[in-house]
Ligand binder design. Structure first.
Ligand SMILES: [Ca+2]
Length: 308
């Protein structure tokens, strides 16, 4: 599908809903990689161009313009290692969501029983229903619910193992209701898709969406290839969100930097989900299910402005 269709499909992601609950088999492999809990960004070396709506088909240039001005990250403001027996529902909100229907690019049908912890990781299962299919999502906040975690700017990191079957994929993203404010800018709210992978080849995307999901919607999308995502192993996904730019990383290599939309200035919730869609490698009715997305941890650090 073309990028415009992808953007429309991604736009459907929004009507946020959340989920949780239960049991299934985790493939072999032990999550638990560690990473630094604080990080420092050095002084400017190379000014980087702003990138708007870039449908790049080329592999990213790892490391280019990775060092920019603008402060540090730390301390840790949110950390779930998923090492317990059950998901901590005092920190994550889960919902059984709507079914968007088989004619929609995103066929969202979240069910609580598709979320559980096993072997130190969060598991989100894609399951066959009778009829249809289901997946799940969890979020650190939702209007009207207690103990939300939301933050503007900062470093956001997870470590994922990716599905092996077509028609669905894992996503690590940030959002809140202000995304739908239509004013020609993403500064008052942007859906920040840190990482999505619907394909089975070595392809993923980063995406930004703002000004709602109808005619006024604007988006910027970076397709990423050649990062070794088909190896069946764990991959570290990271966003460094500064007040004036977003910088995306896969396994420590910069895959995109952009100021598209003007850069969101509002706090967002963190969402982990597995999404069913019909524009990836193949539709989900060609998948052998159940299939799984795994999240080893989620860590968030505060943004600290530079000293004056
Ligand atoms: Ca706006």
């Amino acid at each position: 599908m073309g990028l415009s269709q992808i953007r429309r499909a991604l736009g459907g992601l929004i009507a946020v809903v959340f989920v949780a609950g239960c049991t299934a088999a985790l493939p072999t492999g032990t999550p638990g990689a560690t990473s630094s809990r604080t990080a420092t960004v050095g002084p400017a070396t190379t000014p980087c161009p702003t990138q708007q709506a870039i449908p790049s088909e080329s592999p990213p240039t790892a490391g280019a313009c990775a060092v920019l001005p603008g402060g540090t990250f730390g301390p840790l403001t949110f950390d779930d290692e998923f090492n317990g027996a059950e998901l901590d529902t005092s920190r994550w909100h889960v919902d059984a969501a709507q079914d968007m229907g088989p004619d929609q690019p995103w066929r969202r049908n979240y069910k609580n029983e598709n979320v559980y912890l096993k072997d130190g990781a969060l598991v989100i299962r894609a399951a066959k229903e009778n009829p249809g299919y289901s997946t799940a999502a969890i979020v650190t906040g939702k209007k009207g619910q207690p103990n939300p975690f939301e933050q503007a700017f900062g470093r956001y990191e997870t470590r994922m193992r990716l599905p092996t079957q077509p028609g669905h994929g894992g996503a690590f993203w940030l959002w809140n209701e202000s995304e739908t404010n239509v004013d020609g800018s993403g500064r008052d709210g942007t859906e920040i898709d840190i990482f999505e992978r619907i394909w089975l080849d070595d392809t993923a995307d980063h995406a930004l969406h703002w000004d709602g999901y109808d005619a006024d919607q604007q988006s910027a999308v970076q397709m990423v290839k050649g990062m070794g995502l088909t190896d069946g192993g764990w991959h570290t996904i990271r966003l460094d969100w500064y007040p004036d730019r977003y910088v995306f990383f896969i396994d420590g290599k910069e895959t995109w930097h952009t100021s598209a939309g003007g850069v969101d200035q509002t706090p967002n919730f963190v969402i982990l989900s597995d999404e069913i869609c019909n524009w990836g490698t193949a539709p989900i009715d060609q998948a052998t299910l159940p299939d799984y997305t795994y999240y080893d941890y989620v860590r968030v650090w505060a943004y600290v402005p530079p000293q004056q």
